[in-house]
Write a protein that binds this ligand. Sequence first.
Ligand code: O7E
Length: 211
Amino acid sequence: MTELVLSLDVLDRKQAVSVAESCAPFIDALKIGYPLVLSTGLSIVEDLADLALPLIADFKVADIPNTNRLICEAVFSAGFDAVIAHGFVGPDAARTCVEVAHNHSGAAYIVAEMSHPGATEFFHGGVAESIAELAVTCRADGIIAPATRPERISRLREIVGSKAIYSPGVGAQGGDLDTVARLVDGVIVGRSIYEAENPAAEAERFSRIRR
Ligand code: O7E
């Protein structure tokens, strides 16, 4: 089964709660990042807690080890179940995120390669592969890989083996749902669901990958 993760990148608290509630039967986790948390504050976590869905903090943590530790401690204290961190900062900084996550019985995922067109400028040429290797040696729970480049997901799968791969970029960014769903453990979808006239119906349509 491939998981469906809803990326809740809306700015309004009421809209966030209402979209999350209506989509809850069709999704496996909620990804919350800067747009929503900077608009509502961390208290949005309490508003979403009743849904009993795993909450993934997409802060793409990318600092020195001590600052990463402070950020990740705040993330898990707020009630998140997982954190997303960048790997290009190196093994000590990435490992800190993994250690804090595991100390809280949570998970940490490392961004190996991003989905937007400009990402090829720096992530290609061996960098994404090195970051995927780093994710393995740091004992991260998985990596993030681009749904817009399925061939790159396959290449990174060779490196991470059975570790989880979560993949953003289907729908609004052009990635094909069914192609990507066969390659990954979870597909991350934002605008195609929350901007739809009927987000729940759209989430249900995407949820065919869960079968
Ligand atoms: O394009 P959308 O609207 O379906 O949203 C995709 C979400 O995934 C959005 O929050 C964006 O910030 C995030 N994302 C990417 O689109 N590409 C990446 O390479 C990485 C992420 C991301 O979430 O990284 C951590 C999972």
